[in-house]
Design a protein around this ligand. Structure first.
Ligand code: GDP
Ligand code: MG
Length: 171
């Protein structure tokens, strides 16, 4: 089999939205309750997507880096997961500015992106409606998933990462 190209993915979003939990869920299908919030790591992973082996490198950002670090992460990545927490309106409000910065850093290229509203298991504490996430994703012309890193029924977390890989490889 031909050596598969590597896709570089970076996960962005306010600290505490569940970036690390989502990445760990995707890689291990498990949920880890506590994960060092200051940790930034990259992981390698292979998956078969539409009958093709795709190798990916995933950068789990800490969400508290300075602007220069953030920009260098954005330059490194080819595809981006922007995560907010459906129980934290402030995290949703940070999505637009993050996307704006991405566009600026990647200009004039189109930025492959998926939007993820995490912690869908905490519906009782919801502050951001599903339609609001859908509307924002439509504005950004990207796919949208509501999911839960701790109760990932149906593999929505993998679906989001796989869709992002497809999006990167389409361009
Ligand atoms: P990060 O700072 O974005 O990497 O966030 P973490 O992955 O460290 O998660 C922050 C906190 O949210 C931790 O206490 C996690 O256990 C919790 N958490 C992450 N994802 C979920 C989820 O889908 N549902 C619930 N209920 N808690 C979550
Ligand atoms: Mg983290």
């Amino acid at each position: 089999m031909a050596k598969s190209p590597e896709v570089k993915l970076a996960v962005f979003g306010r600290a505490g939205v569940g970036k690390s939990a989502l990445v760990v869920r995707f890689l291990t299908r498990r949920f880890i309750w506590e994960y060092d919030p200051t940790l930034e790591s990259t992981y390698r992973h292979q998956a078969t997507i539409d009958d093709e082996v795709v190798a990916m490198e995933i950068l789990d950002t800490a969400g508290q880096e300075d602007p220069l670090q953030k920009e260098s992460h954005m330059r490194w990545g080819e595809g981006f997961v922007i995560v907010y927490d459906i129980t934290d309106r402030g995290s949703f409000e940070e999505v637009g500015p993050l996307r704006g910065l991405l566009e600026e850093v990647k200009k004039p290229k189109n930025v492959p992106l998926v939007l993820v509203g995490n912690k869908a298991d905490l519906n009782h504490a919801r502050q951001v409606g599903t339609e609001e996430g859908e509307r924002l994703a439509a504005e950004m012309a990207c796919a949208f998933y509501e999911c839960s890193a701790c109760a990932d029924e149906g593999g929505t977390v993998s679906e989001a990462f796989h869709e992002l890989c497809r999006e990167v490889r389409r361009r």
